[in-house]
Design a protein around this ligand. Structure first.
Ligand code: SF4
Length: 68
């Protein structure tokens, strides 16, 4: 299984906080930065990260292949 990690396009993020609500082990909304961050890319299984990605209103979370 390929290793992939979620990445946020912070320029596009509208700081709605949904990703943190759906998967707080991986995403955190930083009010000081004005966007969400990936705090732990492997903090949850893929099937818990995918819904956060699918529900992002700005569609700014994507998978990136992780280096081995
Ligand atoms: S769901 Fe998308 S737009 Fe909302 S805070 Fe997370 S990354 Fe940003």
């Amino acid at each position: 299984m390929a290793n992939k990690i979620p990445v946020i396009d912070t320029e596009t993020c509208i700081a709605c906080g949904n990703c943190e609500a759906v998967c707080p082990a991986v995403f955190r909304l930083s009010e000081s930065l004005g966007h969400s961050e990936v705090i732990n890319p492997t903090g949850a299984p893929e099937d818990q990260i995918q819904p956060a990605m699918d529900q992002c209103p700005a569609q700014c979370i994507s998978w990136q292949e992780a280096a081995d």
